[in-house]
Ligand binder design. Structure first.
Ligand SMILES: *[C@@H]1O[C@H](CO)[C@@H](O)[C@H](O)[C@H]1NC(C)=O
Length: 152
């Protein structure tokens, strides 16, 4: 009886681990891409929130809501500061971006691959308008320039 229970726990644990590892795999959204997305957004780890954007990745509340309101471990998405606290944290921000891209990730510039450049366009314009060029605004041009400094 007790032995069976242990097997159950182990199998369930493995299942849980696999589903986490594989469910959140998004093509080309890897460590170097996260470093790049952080770099283009300023990547200031001590950055709080200003003008509606929070943290090193410059995440807005709408983006967080569209991502399904990820939170710090054991936090409640309905808590008033849940968004701010997650978006100010590097690892929690990664959860937000992963969930957002799982929903909105696509080949924005139509070059046949969905890669970090597309994720950068999505972070700038939002998932719905990501095929707009970045050249049209000053902040867009700054992001483009910062993106060119990224190494993959
Ligand atoms: C990581 O992602 C970048 C861009 O999205 C890609 O160019 C690179 O090949 C990927 N690296 C690995 C190890 O998959």
């Amino acid at each position: 009886m007790e032995l069976q229970f242990h097997y159950f726990v182990i199998i369930f644990g493995l299942f849980y681990w696999f589903s986490n590892v594989f469910a959140l795999h998004i093509t080309n959204l890897n460590g170097s891409c996260f470093r790049c997305l952080c770099h283009v957004a300023g990547c200031d780890m001590s950055r709080g929130c200003s003008e509606g954007y929070c943290g090193p990745f410059f995440i807005s509340r709408v983006y967080w809501v569209d991502a399904g309101k990820p939170t710090l471990p054991d936090d409640d998405p309905d808590r008033k500061e849940a968004f701010e606290d997650c978006a100010r944290d590097y690892h929690c921000s990664i959860k937000i971006i992963e969930s957002y891209m799982a929903k909105f990730g696509k080949d924005c510039n139509n070059d046949g691959v969905t890669d970090c450049f597309d994720y950068m366009l999505i972070n700038y314009h939002g998932g719905r308008a990501c095929s707009k060029p970045l050249m049209l605004t000053q902040s867009g041009r700054r992001w483009l320039q910062a993106y060119r400094q990224c190494r993959f």
